[in-house]
Design a protein around this ligand. Structure first.
Ligand code: CA
Length: 394
């Protein structure tokens, strides 16, 4: 059957056939390598049976961001009322497990739940691509084959050990999977069996996932009982050149320069080092950050990402929004407001697909058309101004 299909495809799409043959040859080479990678030939055959290359993961690998997201848009969607409400519900539902996790790893419940909410929206967004297909494709084509080969064989080892169900193993295009969105190598390094069934299952066991997140942060240098940092007020004339996550100084030194709590109250100069973070320059919210911020940062190596988790954890503890507004007259929208905006665009006849709160290229194109009609800059950005205008029927 496959032969016949190949012949028919050959008539219309010869290059695809060559790619297919290349893939099969590559898979055969990987199979020969399997025993040296601690994967049995039997397991290799079983878990790669019928695997086909997925060209869309190669597109994702080389995709350039077409639109640079301002940090206020990024945070507006990741730390919105829905995620805070959902996070509080998860804190209540998983309280007993989270208390045990905190006792075992020294990481508080709010931080663990905040990571969960940002990584997979509390288990709702795992990513739908079969991991073996994605990683086999990335092992055989594209610019990071050596790295992805390691992840591919590690995936097969996870499956061979029976940690997760093969048919459930889907994830992001790059191979991050489960509640915690760990890469396979991260799984091998830090995933733990917390529900005691002998398997480390980050897909179908919430206790395993929560404990594995805490273990990740612990290994990344988490200090029990310390905060990640807090919003501060900088003295007039503060030199932005001495800020930055890596530019650590004793906290007392920042205090001497005139850095205060955001309400102007003095900072108690504890014997610890800290850095000053300026996510939007000196005009926006500014922060003092400690070691635990770096532990969160190591999860995904992006400061905006780490700030989203840190801020969400504060909101789950009952904290409020940042005291200083972002330096924009057109604030970002949470997912509920994004869906309202999408519905208004649909009502006006724009073909933007589903109302899902995700601002993709079609939504941005429709926004740009409406902005042009309104005579404002057509940047395609989903902000408060365009939502207000459409809501007002303008
Ligand atoms: Ca388990």
């Amino acid at each position: 059957m496959k032969k016949l299909l190949s012949f028919l495809l050959l008539l219309v799409a010869a290059p695809a056939i060559h790619a297919d043959a290349d893939f099969d040859a590559c898979l055969a080479r990987l199979r020969a390598e399997a025993p040296a990678r601690e994967v049995s030939a039997a397991a290799f055959d079983r878990f790669t049976a019928g695997v086909a290359p997925d060209p869309t993961v190669l597109e994702a690998l080389d995709r350039q961001p077409e639109f640079v997201t301002p940090i206020w848009d990024y945070l507006a969607a990741l730390v919105d009322e829905e995620r805070i409400d959902d996070g509080r519900a998860m804190l209540a539902e998983w309280r007993a497990v989270l208390d045990k996790v905190a006792a075992a790893y020294g990481v508080d419940a709010e931080t663990v739940v905040a990571v969960w909410g940002v990584e997979s929206n509390f288990g709702r967004n795992f990513g739908g691509r079969p991991l073996v297909s994605s990683l086999a494709t990335l092992s055989c084509a594209g610019r990071r084959q050596t790295y992805f080969r390691g992840e591919f064989f590690t995936t097969l080892r996870i499956l061979e050990a029976g940690h997760v169900a093969p048919e459930r193993l889907t994830g992001s295009w790059a191979g991050a999977f489960g509640h915690t969105q760990f890469m396979p190598s991260t799984f091998m390094r830090v995933a733990v069996d917390f529900d005691g069934d002998g398997r480390r299952d980050l897909i179908d066991s919430v206790p395993d996932a929560l404990a594995s997140t805490a273990n990740y942060l612990k290994r990344a240098g988490w200090r029990t009982g310390e905060g990640w940092g807090y919003e501060v007020r900088l003295p007039a004339g503060f030199d932005a050149g001495i800020a930055g996550r890596k530019a650590r100084r004793p906290l007392a030194e920042w205090v001497r320069m005139g850095v205060t709590r955001v309400d102007g109250a003095p900072i108690a100069p504890e014997a610890t080092s800290a850095a000053i973070l300026l996510p939007a320059g000196v005009e926006g919210p500014t922060f003092v950050v400690f070691r635990n911020f770096n532990a969160i940062y190591s999860y995904n190596a992006a400061e905006s990402y780490a700030l989203a988790i840190a801020h969400l954890s504060d909101r789950l503890r009952g904290g409020g929004a940042f005291a200083t507004p972002w330096p924009t007259d057109d604030p970002g929208l949470g997912r509920r407001a994004r869906r309202e905006l999408q519905q208004l665009l649909l009502d006006r006849g724009h073909d933007i697909g589903e109302v899902d709160g995700m601002i993709g290229s079609r939504t941005r194109a429709a926004i740009a058309l409406e902005q042009t009609r309104l005579g404002v800059e057509a940047n395609g950005r989903a902000g408060r101004k365009i939502l207000d205008a459409l809501q007002a029927g303008r």
